[in-house]
Design a binder for this molecule. Structure first.
Ligand code: SF4
Length: 371
């Protein structure tokens, strides 16, 4: 099972699994879907690309959760990256570059130039661009100097082309036929808008084969991944992911020429880079004396000592009736993982995010390790 039997716990385990084991293994027992398409996805499909451009083993992988656009938020996002590009991206710091900063960093010239000459007109007043130039220089992601009454900029390095593919995963641990029907419209839009290159639904494995009704309700381009977790299983066996249906690559043919799509995807990737999937500490209350991190297989997941179970992200808030601030004395020492203090937990989760980034570009995505 998974912590708390709640979608939140399931989602964290899927993120941890993706970080360690993406892409999903080729499965020969993936089933055929839809009356018109009776083929069974096979290893040949994978090898020859008819199920999409599967991630190369040399790709680095970044995982984030609850990211998207104004209209659509995905549970889990996997960014498949060029390892060298990811390493080059690190020159611009650990925090995300928002859309204003990206506009400057991507277009900053190699030699000093007035910012209005160097940057394409962004479609909003230049005074906002000037403010963003100051912000970018303050973050050290671009150089600036004043020449007369003009502000000139110069890049610190070319902004790298580090994003290869974006994969969106919808987590539905209890994906029965009615849940699949409810999800169907959303997934169809995901396929049509094609902001992600590939779309999956992750569900909890049951003893039954995937129901035909379920398969008919999920668009044929969407992959289905069935998970079973065992916290006490040794090593990599804590998570078992079976491909029940291989997805199709939904990248549009004119993707390279679509600058709006490229920009939106880059903004999404930057947010994933900045937040990772352990950023739940920003919205939960690790400063509560009952907040703990507990090991589940190779993952660390939140646990509430007061409730005696894993808490959801929504209930772990200042409004929680069991909330108690951690004692001040906890803030003075180096506390272990369980039992606080909040600052130690936040630091631990932040350190893991940084460590994963460094591992991905240093080891070219092939040496993924335990949490
Ligand atoms: S008592 Fe409430 S606020 Fe404290 S850890 Fe548990 S769920 Fe979170």
């Amino acid at each position: 099972m998974y912590p708390g039997d709640a979608e939140f716990g399931f989602e964290l385990l899927v993120c941890r699994w993706a970080e360690a084991a993406w892409p999903p293994g080729e499965s020969s027992d993936a089933v055929a879907r839809g009356s018109a398409d009776s083929r069974t996805a096979s290893e040949d499909d994978v090898e020859h690309g008819s199920t999409g451009n599967w991630v190369k083993s040399s790709d680095a992988v970044l995982v984030a959760r609850q990211l998207g656009t104004k209209r659509r938020r995905w549970d889990t996002i996997v960014i498949e990256c060029d390892p060298a590009g990811l390493a080059a991206r690190a020159q611009f710091g650990e925090r995300e570059l928002d859309s204003d900063l990206l506009h400057i960093v991507r277009n900053a010239p190699a030699e000093w130039a007035w910012y209005r000459d160097a940057l394409p007109y962004p479609g909003y007043p230049w005074r906002y661009v000037r403010a963003a130039v100051h912000r970018a220089a303050g973050r050290g992601v671009v150089e600036k100097r004043r020449k007369g009454n003009r502000i000139e900029i110069r890049r610190i390095a070319p902004y790298p082309d580090w994003v290869r593919r974006i994969v969106a995963i919808e987590n539905k641990p209890d994906l029965d036929a009615s849940a699949a029907r409810a999800l169907s419209g959303q997934l169809t839009r995901d396929v049509e808008t094609a902001l992600a290159d590939e779309v999956w639904v992750a569900t909890h494995a049951t003893d039954n084969r995937v129901e035909p009704a379920l398969l008919e309700d999920v668009p044929v381009e969407v992959g289905i991944l069935a998970f079973s977790f065992d916290a006490s299983a040794p090593g990599d066996e804590w998570a078992d992911a079976t491909v029940e249906w291989h997805p199709s690559d939904v990248t549009p043919a004119d993707a390279e020429a679509d600058e709006d799509r490229r920009t939106t995807r880059l903004e999404l990737a930057e947010r994933a880079y900045g937040s990772g999937w352990r950023s739940y500490h920003d919205t939960m209350r690790p400063d509560c004396r009952h907040f703990e991190l507990r090991r589940f297989g190779r993952a660390l997941v939140p646990h509430c000592a007061a409730k005696g179970r894993p808490q959801t992200a929504a209930e772990c808030a200042g409004s929680c009736p069991d909330f108690e601030p951690e004692p001040p004395v906890w803030r003075t020492g180096e506390w272990p993982i369980a039992g606080g203090p909040g600052k130690g937990i936040k630091r631990l989760l932040r350190d893991r995010r940084g460590w994963v980034r460094e591992r991905e570009y240093a080891n070219e995505g092939t040496d993924r390790d335990s949490e």
